[in-house]
Write a protein that binds this ligand. Structure first.
Ligand SMILES: [Fe+2]
Ligand SMILES: [Fe+2]
Length: 141
């Protein structure tokens, strides 16, 4: 993969991480259940940290700082949000799996593997939240 293509891949990942952080923050603000509020705020913090990692990688590779257009989720339906987030987390797991293989530096590979594990945790947890909401376990979602 060319250097420019790799930078583009990193920028796409950064856009997805920042978008996820914003979307989870927005959902946390909107949702009434405090356990869910906390959960989504934690996911937002994780995604923000992933964005920092990718930004550091871009910086280390000498990339210029371009403006990033966020993919913001403005739909009102909580279920649609959750289905989108589950899909995003699945995509993130796949993304970090590929990205890790593009680097040879062991430290970078380890960081990317750790991020991938966090995305796996997000996928599991958000899928659980989705199922609980569907079965009516949370009231006032
Ligand atoms: Fe992430
Ligand atoms: Fe995630």
């Amino acid at each position: 993969m060319s250097q420019e293509k790799l930078l583009e891949t990193l920028r796409q990942g950064l856009r997805d991480e920042l978008s996820a952080a914003v979307n989870y923050t927005r959902l946390s603000a909107k949702i009434k259940n405090t356990a869910l509020k906390k959960a989504f705020l934690n996911y937002a913090i994780d995604e923000m940290k992933h964005a920092q990692n990718l930004t550091a990688l871009l910086e280390a590779m000498g990339a210029s700082g371009d403006e990033i257009l966020l993919a913001e989720n403005i739909d009102d339906d909580l279920y649609i949000h959750l289905v989108n987030y589950i899909a995003c987390e699945e995509a993130a797991i796949f993304y970090y799996d590929i990205l890790e293989k593009l680097f040879v530096n062991e430290e970078i590979k380890l960081t990317l593997k750790q991020i991938q594990m966090e995305e796996e945790r997000h996928l599991t947890n958000i899928s659980e939240i989705f199922n609980k909401l569907k079965s009516g376990e949370y009231i006032n979602g």
